[in-house]
Design a protein around this ligand. Structure first.
Ligand SMILES: [Zn+2]
Length: 146
């Protein structure tokens, strides 16, 4: 994104988080949830994390942080599969045992709800996991050679 230099930055005030920064008072990093909710760069806070709704940008247009160096892998998908799958299953069972609707009602109700929840939560969880990976300096394990 070429116009990212003047992009609005995420600040802790954008996110209503009553908890103080666990890293201590000197940290200027935006809160990790801001990366998920608003697509903020985990280092500078510019809204440059996503190229489009779900795809990461290659690098931050404001500070140059290379987003391709991070690998969140299938982490967001696992959380969403377990969380949303459990939620939708519980709700479908509740609807079935409470109202006993025809099968078509279940198809028309739960498939769109599952798709919308998954896509919305995928963006949030991808941004959150990348920000946490940056903040915690997570990387693949390496054998130390002595
Ligand atoms: Zn940045």
């Amino acid at each position: 994104m070429s116009g990212a230099v003047g992009a609005r930055r995420c600040t802790p005030a954008d996110v209503t988080s009553p908890k103080p920064d666990p890293a201590g008072g000197g940290s200027k990093l935006p809160p990790p949830i801001a990366s998920g909710l608003y697509g903020c760069c985990p280092r500078c806070g510019a809204k440059t994390l996503f190229r489009n709704f779900l795809a990461y940008a290659d690098r931050c247009g404001a500070c140059g942080l290379d987003f391709t160096a991070f690998n969140v892998g299938d982490g967001p998908v696992v959380f969403l599969t377990l969380g949303i799958g459990t939620l939708v299953t519980i709700l479908a069972l509740w609807v079935e045992f409470t109202f006993s609707p025809p099968v078509l009602v279940h198809v028309l109700l739960w498939i769109p709800i599952t798709l919308v929840l998954t896509v919305l939560m995928l963006r949030i969880s991808k941004g959150l996991l990348l920000a946490l990976e940056f903040r915690n300096k997570a990387q693949e394990g390496r054998l130390r050679e002595d």
